[in-house]
Unconditional design. Structure first.
Ligand SMILES: Cc1cc2nc3c(=O)[nH]c(=O)nc-3n(C[C@H](O)[C@H](O)[C@H](O)COP(=O)(O)OP(=O)(O)OC[C@H]3O[C@@H](n4cnc5c(N)ncnc54)[C@H](O)[C@@H]3O)c2cc1C
Lengths: 260, 416
């Protein structure tokens, strides 16, 4: 079974750098790493291929400056190869522009039984790319997967809901977005890290994918960022002094909130 | 080598992540709760495929040795106890990085691991027969089994050979072993023990041949009492070993014959082990210093006195600057060890001693200065530097005390 995983390479959240005041987007000229949200999809894909007893995991990523830092991490975990789309024309792409590029890159990656994405990236959070890819490729889309199994030509997903989960099925190939934290991403082994260096990364431009540059980047963006503002500071919490009856005050407070 | 390569950095990051999530949370139990370090170490090995790599390397080496044996009829012992051939720089670096990273949290774990996978396994790999390697060394290299290497005795420490009392006496085809060993890392838990003793043929002790035997825990007459309480490296259990008429066959005599150990051979074999033990100390010191520096810089920025961060005081700046100098020196030493191993150059005994002396003293000084920089907090267990300072001290004592290193360096210069 072949699985394609869309992975985003993002600035390290521990040291995210700065916002560009002109474009109102995150500066991406720093070293990029694998978005943690995507490590779950990579892990799931590796497990699926393992269970199937054959096939491979291919990564697809769109990133500036031919960045491969995050891809190497996922390759070291066990993915076999990657398609990287890197092109100056892509700067400023909105979610739909990104989806158009990724859809073409997925096609380039070869026959896939399944396309896995994260629910949303940790730096952009639009949370719309997986569904747009599915639509553009004419494939079924399942979101918020907490577990995935592929049997015959069917993908069976436990789809997380507020109350629990729904069992959902779709014919393959399909696009499935995975909820963060549902599996434990493996650490890359030392051997895996060594092997990652020589695994193929097929770097392509917008033109290589047959996309008109005016469709993507700032030129093609149908979405404009009007303003960016700092998030509100969290308000100071309530401090309960424990005079021996502290627990009762907490219980009363929680009851007032109707959480117990 | 001027810096870690991209892959080495990746390994470092992965190991650091693993240690932060899997080992750091157990620091309390390791430090104060007598949690043995072995299962955590095994988990680390398995996670990164180090056990599988050890198995592969072992198979290749045994294969080579079998070919060599068949070819020349004899193994070249000088070669196999020295630096060996050139090694891949990455594989050397990959063995150093976990040492450095673990020492940032728990130098005791490195001691336990180093004695088992390093000292004990190497003693068998350099002196043992192929059968002995297969029987004992592989399980040590993968940490499926825990090893101890026992030379020190209650009355014999720095003068390890001179005053050694442990004996082997021939009895037909067998030997009978007696003696007490102390300060033995992994002693209480070891499955496999390399026991170093003198062959008693009724001759004067100074002339006796030094032999090494491999013992299994549970053998009749072998006692492994529980660990001592000690100043630092609490995560490395240290204890005594008592041998009371332990009977062993020739199959447990390393090398399978007394010949290899005749004259000064036995002393040389143990010295080769000392050399490799000493080079590991630079990596350990680097980990300790790196962590102390990181914590100190953070604290110097955060802690305010007299209306300013203490980092603003020149006396604190001096401490930080000296720590950074130490870190750079230690890193260069580690890089040199990697380069030399990659070039197939063995580090000579005097250089290994010099590196060990510098590393041990530096780690202790830096860690104590970190305690000082943290003030009262530095003296409290909650702040890691307290533990690192206690842990660092042992580097000046085991694997040859500072004083012994100094005299060995001086002797090599004076040509004694
Ligand atoms: C935590 C820990 C783990 C250990 N693990 C092991 C192990 O796994 N296996 C093992 O066999 N041993 C082990 N040891 C023992 C260690 O190698 C010895 O403690 C060390 O070699 C010193 O010997 P000693 O303790 O008998 O000190 P001594 O030799 O009695 O030394 C006492 C003092 O005298 C000084 N001194 C001695 N001789 C001279 C000299 N000629 N010139 C100047 N000064 C001198 C020493 O430097 C020291 O300051 C361990 C020790 C510790 C503390």
């Amino acid at each position: 079974m072949n699985v394609v995983v869309c992975v985003k390479q993002i600035p390290d959240p521990a040291d995210p750098g700065a916002l560009d005041p002109n474009t109102k987007t995150l500066k991406r000229d720093v070293k990029l790493i694998l978005d943690e949200s995507d490590s779950y999809g990579v892990e799931m894909a590796l497990q699926l291929v393992d269970t199937a007893g054959g096939g491979e995991v291919t990564l697809v990523s769109m990133a500036p400056n031919s960045e491969v830092g995050g891809l190497r991490t996922a390759l070291a975990m066990g993915a076999a190869k990657a398609v990287l789309v890197s092109d100056e024309a892509l700067a400023g792409s909105d979610a739909l522009g990104t989806s158009k590029v990724l859809a073409k890159a997925i096609e380039r990656a070869g026959e896939a039984d399944l396309i896995i994405t994260a629910t949303e990236s940790s730096d952009g959070y639009t949370g719309t790319v997986p569904e747009q890819i599915a639509e553009l490729m004419g494939l079924p889309s399942i979101t918020f997967a907490k577990s995935i199994a592929v049997e015959g030509g069917t993908v069976k997903v436990q789809r997380q809901t507020e109350a629990g989960y729904d069992d959902v099925e779709a014919p393959t190939p399909a696009v499935v977005s995975v909820t963060a934290g549902v599996v434990e991403p493996r650490y890359p082994s030392f051997k895996g890290i060594m092997a990652a260096k020589s695994k193929p990364v097929d770097e392509v431009t917008v033109a290589d994918l047959g996309i008109d540059a005016s469709q993507v980047g700032w030129a093609g963006a149908g979405q404009e960022i009007l303003e960016i503002a700092a998030a509100e500071e969290r308000e100071a919490g309530t401090i309960v002094e424990d005079d021996g009856e502290g627990f009762q005050k907490i219980v009363d407070y929680l009851a007032e909130l109707k959480v117990i | 080598m001027i810096k870690w390569s991209d892959e080495q950095e990746m390994v470092r990051q992965a190991v650091r992540d693993f240690i932060d999530t899997e080992i750091r949370p157990h620091r309390e139990e390791l430090e104060f709760g007598d949690l043995p370090p072995y299962d955590l170490l095994r988990k680390m090995l398995r996670t990164f495929g180090m056990d599988a790599m050890a198995r592969d390397n072992f198979a290749k080496r045994i294969e080579r040795e079998r070919v060599a044996e068949a070819g020349t009829g004899e193994d070249d012992t000088e070669k196999s106890s020295g630096g060996g051939g050139a090694r891949d720089a990455n594989s050397v670096a990959f063995s150093m990085i976990p040492i450095i990273e673990l020492c940032r949290v728990c130098p005791g774990m490195v001691t336990a691991m180093g004695v088992s996978m390093g000292l004990t396994a190497s003693a068998i790999m350099s002196k043992g027969t192929v059968e002995q390697k297969e029987r004992w060394a592989l399980d040590l290299l993968t940490m499926d089994k825990i090893g101890a290497w026992a030379i020190t005795e209650p009355d014999s420490g720095s003068d390890a050979f001179g005053s050694m009392k442990a004996t082997a006496k021939r009895d037909g085809d067998e030997y009978v072993l007696n003696g007490s060993k102390t300060f033995i890392t992994n002693g209480p838990h070891a499955d496999t023990i390399v026991f170093i003793c003198k062959l008693d043929e009724g001759n004067p002790p100074a002339e006796r041949t030094v032999l090494q035997f491999v013992l299994d825990s549970g053998m009749e007459g072998l006692e492994q009492p529980k660990a001592f309480r000690k100043m630092g490296i609490h995560s490395s259990p240290t204890g005594m070993l008592f041998l009371d008429d332990v009977r062993v066959g020739r199959d447990r005599l390393l090398g399978g014959s007394e010949e290899a150990f005749k004259g000064t051979g036995g002393r040389k074999a143990s010295k080769a082990t000392f050399s490799m033990e000493r080079t590991g100390v630079a990596a350990m010191a680097l980990g300790i210093v790196d962590r102390c520096l990181e914590l100190s810089v953070r604290y110097a920025k955060e802690r305010e006195q007299f209306g300013q961060p203490i980092g603003g005081f020149q006396l604190i700046q001096l401490k930080l600057a000296k720590m950074e100098v130490a870190r750079m020196n230690l890193q260069n030493l580690v890089f040199r060890h990697i380069e030399m191993a990659a070039a197939g150059e063995a580090i000579d005994f005097a250089e290994a001693s010099a590196a060990k002396l510098y590393s041990a003293q530096t780690a202790t000084e830096v860690a104590l200065e970190a305690v000082q920089l943290f003030g009262g907090n530095g003296y409290m267990a909650e702040y890691e530097v307290e533990q690192l300072a206690r842990d660092a001290k042992v580097l000046q004592i085991y694997a040859g005390t500072d004083e012994i290193q100094i005299s060995q360096i001086a002797r090599s210069m004076l040509g004694e």
